[in-house]
Design a protein around this ligand. Structure first.
Ligand code: SAH
Length: 351
């Protein structure tokens, strides 16, 4: 048993079975033993990789999308460019490089990051930018917001539908999943249906973050883009642990494996209360011109680089790779005509 498992076991012994959101928050965020505060988890030597780590093309296209959103918002001279959960800072570095020649695009850059270890990596990569623990600490200015694989790291609760109501999935003695007492909940019924055996996941921190983002976009203008794995709505147990690029048991060695759950974008959009648009990562990147960008990069580089670019293009866009599993949600008051989305993928606040 590692040190964090012992801490969790003591809390369970004292207070009874632990909610999954508490378990996930400790495993990912415990200041001394949590996953993110103690390491840089990305890349080949780490536990998982992400779109901005796979290729610069991702951040370049996202950067140009953000610059377009800034122009659509009236190109304000004073504005904040904020990224939540920026990891190694690669996405922000590519965004800033791709937008360096966009006239007037001179943002105050803010990184919303809670991990001291990753803040240090970001500082080495990006130099003098600003850090905050959450959206509330940002200056009150128009906001251009981006997040990649941020919402999937926020703690979820899980509920299982039985014949006579819902039971919460809890972490019991020996860090074994167990079920709490049955209760009735019309909200969960409406959201996930009532078929016995259904598992419903609720991510209150993600919905709270989206509500704060929506309120900021209404108050100060701007736009937001969130990319993550998941779907508009979903049911089923999606809690997943990854260690050294392999699936692991989420209840073994807490703090030593990455824990994520699929993002449900519908509840995020509803919480934000904004107009927006929703599509797959593959379609979004194709429409923004990733194929042309890949061809240009392949032509400019050596032969082995060309092979890498082709592989990265496939990884990011192919339906059997990240193309369909990953989704893109755009939000903003001026979101009627966002690049990268089809007309029928747009929605208005009342959804
Ligand atoms: N966006 C990066 C990293 C994804 S990993 C990429 O695509 O490569 C998740 C990131 O979210 C890490 O930087 C982690 O430290 C951060 N994070 C996790 N929980 C957070 C929270 N509650 N508040 C702010 N950042 C958080």
């Amino acid at each position: 048993m590692n040190a964090l498992a012992a801490i969790i076991a003591r809390e369970i012994a004292a207070n009874g079975p632990m909610r999954l959101d508490r378990y996930m928050a400790l495993a990912l965020g415990h200041p001394q033993h949590g996953y993110y505060p103690t390491r840089d988890p990305l890349g080949a030597g780490g536990d998982f990789t992400t779109a901005p780590e796979i290729s610069q093309m991702f951040g370049e296209l996202v950067g140009l999308w953000l610059a377009q959103a800034w122009m659509d918002a009236g190109a304000p001279a004073d504005f904040v460019l904020a990224e939540a959960g920026p990891g190694r800072g690669s996405l922000m570095a590519d965004i800033l490089r791709a937008t360096a020649r966009v006239e007037g695009f001179a943002p105050q850059v803010w990184l919303i990051e809670t991990s001291p270890a990753l803040r240090a990596v970001q500082k080495a990569r990006l130099g003098a930018v600003n850090w905050a623990d959450d959206l509330a600490a940002l200056p009150n200015l128009p906001l251009i917001f981006v997040a990649n694989e941020f919402f999937d790291a926020l703690p979820i609760r899980q509920f299982q539908r039985g014949a006579d109501g819902w039971q919460e999935v809890l972490v019991g003695a020996g860090l074994k999943p167990s079920l709490g007492a049955a209760f009735a909940d019309a909200g969960l019924d409406a959201r996930f249906g009532t078929a016995p055996g259904t598992v419903g996941e609720v991510c209150a921190p993600a919905e709270g973050f989206a509500a704060a983002l929506g309120a900021r976009l209404r108050a100060y203008g701007g736009a937001g883009l969130a990319v993550d794995y998941g779907d508009w709505h979903g049911t089923g147990d999606t809690l997943q642990a990854l260690r050294a690029h392999k699936a692991a048991n989420p209840f073994e060695a807490p703090g030593q494996a990455d824990l994520t759950a699929h993002v449900q974008f519908g509840p995020l959009a509803a919480a934000a209360g904004q107009a927006g648009a929703f599509t797959t990562q593959g379609r979004f990147l194709e429409r923004l011109g990733i194929t042309a960008r890949a061809q240009a990069l392949a032509k400019a580089g050596a032969a082995d680089m060309a092979a890498d670019v082709v592989a990265a293009h496939r990884r990011l866009t192919h339906p059997e790779e990240m193309g369909n599993l990953f989704k893109v949600l755009a939000l903003g008051p001026g979101a009627q005509n966002l690049a990268g989305f089809d007309k029928n993928e747009h929605f208005s606040p009342a959804i």
